[in-house]
Structures are given as structure tokens and as C-alpha cells.
Design a protein around this ligand. Structure first.
Ligand code: ZN
Length: 176
């Protein structure tokens, strides 16, 4: 997935908020956490371009391998459970769900090593064949990109019709 991770993260924040499950975290902060979580695995792109010089597929880095996030979540969540810190446990869980959403969305047309460490095979729901020289076109011109556009349009519609606009809410938060 290329450009729909942030809108998907926003929609997830909205969903949690609609269920009143924000532990009284201000909406601006809450949605910011959701947005950060939704692109967290793609931080490996800095490593991919700046250090690794595109030697390996960026989905092969640990940041796109589910088992690592599951382990991190179990460790961090256990810590907050022991400390009985419900708010931080909630934030950890929320970010973890955002990260997993990212990885699931990346599975639509790009491979993810879901079976790691038992298997190093990439799994994707749909296969995008290399038809164009510029790899980006292979994804943008593939029908699965419509799914991406649907997420973007849906998030944009929700955002523009929402009474919880981020900017307004941040203003209210600053005043408080
Ligand atoms: Zn990704």
C-alpha cells in the first residue's frame, strides 16, 4: 500500500473514538497516535534508501514482520499490566492495532512474511505483476489501487463531515 496508510490510521482512530474508547485522551493527541502507529513500519524506508541503498526489499526488514511487533507488544503490554497503568496499556494496544492494520494493508498487494520464523515466504492477497519499468506504476495501475482510493475518499469524507476536526480540537486542547 502506498498512500492510504495515514487515512486508514485516521479511520481507526475515529472508530475507537466512536466506541468511546479513548481513555479521555484529547482527540488531537489520540488521532496523532493513530497516524504515527499507522506508518510506523514504513520508518524502515529511511534505512532502505539511506543506509541499505535498496539492497533488500523493505518488507524483509523486521519492521514489516508481524512476529516482531507481536513480541514487542507482549513485552510492553505486560509491563503496563504489571504496573496497572490502564492508560498506557490502552495506548500501546491502540498503536499495536494500528501497526497490524498497516501490515494487513501491505498484504493486499505486497508480500509480507506472516509465517516467520517458521517460513520466509512472502504472502499477499493479490499478486502485482511487473509490467512497467517504473515499479510504482505496477501498483498504481493495478486494480487493487482502487481499494486504496476508496480508503482515502472514505477518510476524507469522514474528516470533512466530522465535528471532531483535528485542528479545532487541538486549539481547544491548547486553551484547556
Ligand atoms: Zn509498509
Amino acid at each position: 500500500m502506498f498512500i492510504a496508510h495515514l487515512p486508514a490510521g485516521y479511520l481507526l482512530s475515529k472508530y475507537f473514538a466512536s466506541k468511546s474508547k479513548t481513555h479521555k485522551i484529547p482527540w488531537g493527541i489520540f488521532v496523532a497516535l493513530g497516524l504515527v502507529g499507522s506508518i510506523l513500519p514504513d520508518l524502515d524506508l529511511f534505512y532502505f534508501y539511506l543506509i541499505d541503498e535498496r539492497q533488500h526489499q523493505h518488507h524483509s526488514y523486521w519492521t514489516h514482520i508481524p512476529i516482531y511487533w507481536i513480541c514487542i507488544y507482549i513485552i510492553v503490554a505486560s509491563m503496563f499490566i504489571l504496573k496497572k497503568n490502564k492508560k498506557l496499556l490502552f495506548i500501546t494496544t491502540f498503536i499495536f492495532i494500528d501497526v497490524m492494520l498497516h501490515i494487513i494493508l501491505d498484504t493486499v498487494a505486497g508480500g509480507i512474511i506472516w509465517g516467520y520464523p517458521r517460513s520466509t515466504e512472502y504472502f499477499s492477497f493479490f499478486t502485482v505483476l511487473p509490467q512497467y519499468n517504473w515499479w510504482v506504476l505496477n501498483f498504481i495501475l493495478h486494480w487493487t489501487f482502487l481499494f486504496e482510493m476508496t480508503i482515502i475518499i472514505f477518510a476524507f469524507t469522514i474528516y470533512t463531515t466530522s465535528k471532531f476536526k483535528i485542528a479545532n480540537d487541538l486549539k481547544v486542547y491548547k486553551k484547556a
